[in-house]
Design a protein around this ligand. Structure first.
Ligand code: FAD
Length: 425
């Protein structure tokens, strides 16, 4: 793809090397970092106490990748409804995929903050097409945590290079929030073979995916979530096909698809992921990280939306003055900035606790619902303050508004997040 050689020869190359030496919880003692509230921009590099100079260096490369390799082509990809495969291999080459995969599995074992840099920079770029975070920080962890040595050796390395794209298929036409309702069946036909039949919908990376983790029913539902089992289904397996690539309110360059399984034969030894009947527990273990990603991307999107709106109210004049001089707007933006900084503080705290192995499911639910509701509030205020311009595609706030709407819906709806929090009351 255009410009790929430039990236390979430029600032991003060698990041994998840099990461491997800076992985882990390296803190720079004594380094004073700018607080987001005092920064010139909420997207400024070099801010936030949880990050270090190494994270900043990595961020510069990731930012350049989105600016040079993604943004110029994104409109084209929105029209196509997906990004090209070459983007995935370019991202792999540039060190953007699977940075959290441990060294033993072929990754560099970078802490969650490096992954966060990638999803934050994607939000700042306003380019929602590439499903990198789902691939790197949702699908890969299942393979790393529950895969056998053979499964890891087979599936993980091509996902780090971007040659294989990952997806996870939980949702079905008749069940989303209630995972107990999963009806896609995996029936055992001999000692080592299961036959999968059913369909899934709204699957991110669904059209392009090579490696799909599929949630199936292998036993009767019980109160403790038994009876669900995960299998890896590969592109090209007989009986596995794609349904429609779905047309959506936002995320236009992201391939969200239906998947169809018609008597797909899989091997227990080769394709079952984790424990038979243990799928629900595996999902419950991994979902907090998924929610943290959505929260983190949401706060970053809110930071960007605030900055675009701020730039606009500084520039735009009405009644002979900058519109930011109207107190109604200035106070509203003061509230927005305060809320975004508060949200950033909590999400950063979650990231830090995650890096220390102390992040909990309850915190994930709180971060996910609060950050994504805030994101939607900020883009709404942003559109309003842009006036008619806010409704025009040429202004970034317009796309950010459309793309924000799904955030309180996927990764567990915000109502479900409150259900989970309420259980602790
Ligand atoms: C763009 C996009 C990408 C997606 N990507 C994926 C993916 O990669 N993989 C995947 O498996 N899924 C994916 N999903 C699916 C997503 O996770 C589900 O849409 C979501 O979990 C909600 O499920 P549902 O659509 O069936 O809604 P439902 O569960 O039918 O919910 C409908 C409404 O009822 C509410 N509700 C349901 N139960 C309760 C309750 N107990 N208490 C209060 N309110 C309740 C919900 O909050 C919601 O408002 C994606 C969805 C979208 C839109």
């Amino acid at each position: 793809m255009a410009g790929r050689a430039a990236v390979a020869g430029g600032g991003v190359v060698g990041q994998r090397q840099a990461l491997s030496t800076s992985a882990g919880l390296r803190e720079e003692a004594g380094e004073e970092r700018i607080e987001p509230a005092d920064a010139e921009s909420l997207m400024q590099i070099g801010t936030r106490r949880i990050l270090s100079a190494e994270h900043d260096e990595y961020r510069r490369g990731v930012r350049a990748f989105f600016q040079d390799q993604v943004a110029p082509f994104h409109d084209e990809w929105e029209a196509a409804g997906q990004v090209p495969r070459e983007l995935w291999t370019a991202a792999g080459e540039a060190g953007l995929l699977g940075v959290g995969v441990p060294e033993a599995e072929g990754g560099v074992g970078a802490d969650i903050r490096y992954s966060a840099v990638v999803w934050e920079e994607q939000s700042y770029s306003n380019c929602s097409g590439p499903g990198f975070a789902l691939h790197s920080d949702i699908v890969l962890p299942y393979l790393v945590h529950y895969g056998t040595a053979e499964q890891k050796a087979k599936y993980v390395p091509p996902m780090i290079t971007g040659e294989a794209i990952g997806a996870i298929a939980m949702t079905e036409p008749n069940t989303g929030s209630d995972l107990q309702g999963v009806a896609t069946k995996a029936v055992q036909v001999d000692d080592d073979t299961f036959k999968i039949s059913g369909s899934k919908t709204y699957i991110t990376n669904g059209a392009l995916a090579d490696t799909v983790i599929v949630v199936t029913r292998t036993g009767q539902p019980d109160k403790r979530g038994g009876g669900l089992t995960l299998f890896v289904v590969e592109d090209g397996m007989k009986g596995f096909s794609r349904g429609r690539k779905l047309k959506k309110m936002g995320l236009h360059a992201q391939d969200t698809s239906e998947l169809v399984f018609e008597d797909v034969l899989v091997s227990k030894k080769e394709h079952m992921l984790g424990q038979e009947g243990g799928g629900f527990y595996h999902l419950m273990t991994e979902l907090p990280q998924e929610r943290l990603i959505v929260a983190g991307a949401g706060i970053a999107a809110a930071e960007a939306a605030y900055e675009w709106t701020r730039a606009f109210v500084n520039e735009r004049k009405a009644f002979g003055q900058q519109i930011k001089r109207f107190q109604a707007l200035a106070h509203r933006l003061a509230e927005v900035k305060t809320n975004v900084v508060i949200g950033r503080t909590f999400v950063d705290s979650c990231l830090e606790l995650h890096a220390q192995g102390r992040f909990t499911s309850q915190m994930a639910s709180m971060a996910k619902y609060w950050a994504t509701d805030l994101q939607n509030e900020v883009v709404d205020v942003g559109v309003q303050m842009h006036g008619g311009a806010g409704f025009m595609e040429e202004y970034p706030i317009c796309k950010a508004y459309r793309d924000a709407r799904v955030q309180p819906i996927y990764a567990g709806t915000n109502e479900m997040m409150k259900e989970l929090i309420a259980r602790t009351i």
